[in-house]
Ligand binder design. Sequence first.
Ligand code: GLN
Length: 288
Amino acid sequence: MIAERSAAGESSAAIGAALHAARLALASSGSADLDAQALLAHTLGVDRAFLFAHAEVSLSDSQSAAFQAAVARRAAGEPIAYIIGVKGFYDIELLATPAALIPRPETELLLEEALRQTADKPSATVADIGMGSGALALAFARHRPQATVYATDISAAALSIARRNAERIGVDILMLEGDLAQPLIARGLKVDLLMANLPYVATGILDSLAVSRYEPRLALDGGRDGLALTRRLLTQIQAVCPGGAIVLLEIGADQGDAVARLVQERAGACCDILQDYAGLDRIARFRV
Ligand code: GLN
């Protein structure tokens, strides 16, 4: 009875009060303000500005219940993107489901580098290996409408999200299910630029990372040292990349030296390691 009464009390809260309560509930999330606003804006189907302009407007019972359910999920640690179902990447919005990794801002650097590398070659042929929800491939295709873009993923579930994302964004790329570059090799397809954000977290530390509680292991687990998939992809490079092609790989902050060595050994190429805005190794770049 008490619970019922308090639930009814909360349900008549105004936007400002609901946000305040949510901020307290999310205090440990590190971004309580923004999270509360994003969840409430999503629940009401409005943008953030609306919340500030209408702090006195009351929520309906069902809005209040939906908001509280969303806040409870966030408080339990679930990423915002999975709760609201979308995530912004560069200038596109992608559907986000537990079938694929949530796109990270660091990966936008790889996209920018791919765009830079094709600035004078707008009709380049490009592959995104392990596309997940399609962030790199779709954002690239949107900015290089004349390019031919192939994208692969071993996960049928990821592929189906990527296909829906392609439809939403309105770009047409060839998506193929299969292991790393194998679907391209099987069809004899070659590319001028190959990019990949493969799983690169070492198996041993994966369970200790919050990211593994909600995001798919398949998209994160890079084997014993995190580089198992990179090693395998490097053995396929010659078959898909003719001489002169550019390869861009997202890597872990502690993998720069190891990846540069691997690229030297397996692809016989000299590899630059680019850093992210935090000054951490993030992208391996080399020419085949
Ligand atoms: N950036 C992710 C993380 O550490 C890892 C992504 C990946 O393995 N490709 O949270």
